[in-house]
Design a protein around this ligand. Structure first.
Ligand SMILES: Cc1cc2nc3c(=O)[nH]c(=O)nc-3n(C[C@H](O)[C@H](O)[C@H](O)COP(=O)(O)OP(=O)(O)OC[C@H]3O[C@@H](n4cnc5c(N)ncnc54)[C@H](O)[C@@H]3O)c2cc1C
Length: 525
């Protein structure tokens, strides 16, 4: 994947695309994979970097949603469990199973959660992960050596999937490209074009790198802009009703000493009635999340003080070593694209589905909006969306083929690549870079496993265009340790400068831009 080649494809393209997808998060890239693998001619435009929105800021769980089971949403849970299984089959290098322990402090909790989690396991059917069961106090502590022991009676263990969200997204973008899609990052869709009957027939977009504006026409335009969906919808129909109710969730990241062992903690009911996870992730401890209504979505949301305090206080109730602000290595926020029940034409089954089910909504102008759902269900959402978009655009009928479509880098034993495991089979190529120039094997920071060759790879093959792209989404440095990411930035900028031909001014601007973003991930005492 290379941005210059993508531009060449756009310029050489005959006038009308079958489908233009707006938004390069899990939903949009999922739609691009689905449509391209059916043989449709697809262009995807992302205003920033792939995954800059919510899709790099999740809890990183490929899950059915234990919480929804408690709410009786069996169909939704089964669907997500099936998708979890397909994801593991199609991207074993990027998705793995993880034991989650629900600690029990009251006598009724073991039978209650034990039963519920057994049902959760059974609902997965042939897509099942590990076996759920009740644990003794000793077994619970064997899973979670740093769990507070005061009042602990035992626990219940169940299994779900875990993944690296931004990395999966980059591999999905590559998959879409390999299936024939054209994808461009840093290309904002500023407006929609319409035909004489008032139907949307294309987009007006702007290349953020050159400032050049361009128009692209399509038989159907899919709006996959997540929490920003209404902004694009209102360009098609200014008097339309809003669909999105944005809500923010944050995570705090600590070193691995806070949660020792390989298992996660799942707290089913926090003081505000939510679920909280403490999860081992890339050698660190990830704790979250919150659910705070916000007025409007922004691309770089910032954690609020009360959210930080809530997570620290709740984590301290469960961990032997109570984490403090000084222990926070990174704090990141994301915006949930929750869907309002009213004003929605398709896919909804009443208000109980609010915020969980996905929606495919077709405006009177013919703009197709896909939103809601969750990361785990992106493939199913894409299938539903492309079915409807293809019908609307009268594209030739072609079945979805993504159930068993491998994600780029597919590798069944990627663990053998150590720190490069998430690249799957691309790890061979990165090793070749190091073999050709041993200096590229040098680490970028002693606290993180990333080496210089990954920067070169990200620029040459994964369309990384900024220092932030490399440190936030090609590697996960910013999300794991923001101060270390800031320290790595000059070396990353130097490598990128030689690859992309940046002059001194560009390099300085890149570093300043990264610093401005990264400071939001640093928690000050
Ligand atoms: C805190 C939190 C935790 C979560 N945890 C999980 C989890 O563990 N498991 C799970 O399955 N789900 C989880 N989710 C849900 C999941 O992350 C989201 O459902 C999913 O990432 C949404 O993807 P998306 O592509 O719809 O939106 P986004 O990822 O936000 O993508 C939309 C994209 O559209 C682009 N865009 C917007 N406007 C334009 C424009 N005009 N032109 C071009 N591009 C544009 C944006 O830049 C953005 O990149 C979580 C969500 C949150 C907030």
């Amino acid at each position: 994947m290379n941005r210059t080649d993508m531009w060449r494809r756009i310029e050489a393209h005959p006038k009308v695309w079958d489908m233009i997808v707006v938004g390069g998060g899990a939903t949009g890239v999922g739609v691009a994979i689905d449509a391209a693998s059916r043989g449709y001619d697809v262009l995807l435009l992302e205003q920033s970097d792939f995954g800059k929105g919510t899709s790099s800021r999740s809890t990183k769980l490929a899950h059915g949603g234990v919480r929804y089971l408690e709410q009786g949403d069996i169909g939704l849970v089964m669907q997500a469990l099936k998708e979890r299984g397909l994801l593991l089959q199609n991207a074993p290098h990027l998705v793995w199973d993880l034991a989650f322990v629900v600690p029990n402090y009251d006598w009724w909790e073991a039978p209650f959660y034990g039963l519920g989690l057994k049902l959760y396991q059974l609902l997965a059917g042939k897509y099942g992960f590990g076996i759920s069961r009740i644990l003794s106090r000793e077994e619970t502590l064997a899973h979670l050596p740093t769990l507070k022991t005061e009042g602990l009676r035992g626990g219940a263990v169940y299994y779900d999937g875990q993944f690296d969200d931004a990395r999966l997204l980059i591999h999905m973008a590559t998959t879409a490209f390999e299936q024939g899609a054209t994808l461009l990052n840093y290309a904002e869709v500023a407006g929609l074009t319409k035909d004489a009957q008032g139907f949307v027939d294309g987009v007006r977009a702007r290349d953020a790198e050159t400032g050049n504006e361009f128009v692209a026409s399509a038989k159907v335009v899919v709006n996959a802009t997540g929490a920003f969906s209404d902004l694009l919808r209102f360009k098609a129909e200014p008097s339309g009703e809003s669909m999105i109710v944005p809500s923010q969730g944050i995570h705090l990241v600590f070193d691995s000493s806070f949660l020792q062992g390989d298992s996660a903690i799942m707290v089913p009911h926090t003081s505000d009635g939510r679920v909280l996870f403490a999860i081992p992730w890339h050698g660190h401890t990830l704790v979250g999340t919150t659910d705070t209504p916000i007025a409007a979505a922004t691309l770089e949301p910032v954690a609020m003080e009360q959210e930080i305090e809530f997570i620290l206080t709740t984590a301290a109730q469960y961990l032997t070593k109570a984490p403090t602000r000084d222990d926070v290595l990174s704090v990141f926020a994301g915006v949930r694209p929750l869907v309002r029940a009213s004003g929605v034409a398709k896919g909804m089954v009443g208000t109980s589905a609010l915020s969980r089910d996905h929606v495919v909504h077709i405006d009177r102008s013919g703009l197709v909006t896909i939103c809601g759902g969750k990361w785990t269900t992106y493939r199913h959402m894409a299938e539903d969306c492309v079915d409807q978009a293809a019908t609307l655009a009268q594209l030739p009928d072609r079945p979805c083929v993504t159930h068993h479509l491998n994600i780029h880098g597919f590798h069944n034993a990627a663990k053998q690549f150590g720190a490069l495991a998430v690249y799957g089979s691309d790890a061979y190529e990165i090793r070749k870079l190091i073999d050709a120039d041993t200096a590229l094997g040098e680490p970028l920071h002693s606290a993180l496993p990333y080496v210089k060759a990954e920067v070169i790879w990200a620029v040459r093959q994964e369309m990384a265009r900024t220092v932030e792209d490399v440190l936030a989404r090609r590697t996960r440095a910013l999300f794991l340790n923001a101060r270390a990411a800031l320290a790595m930035a000059p070396a990353v900028a130097e490598l990128m400068a030689s690859e992309l031909g940046w002059d001194e001014v560009t390099r300085a601007k890149q570093l300043a831009a990264f610093r401005e973003v990264a400071l939001n991930y640093v928690l000050r005492s």
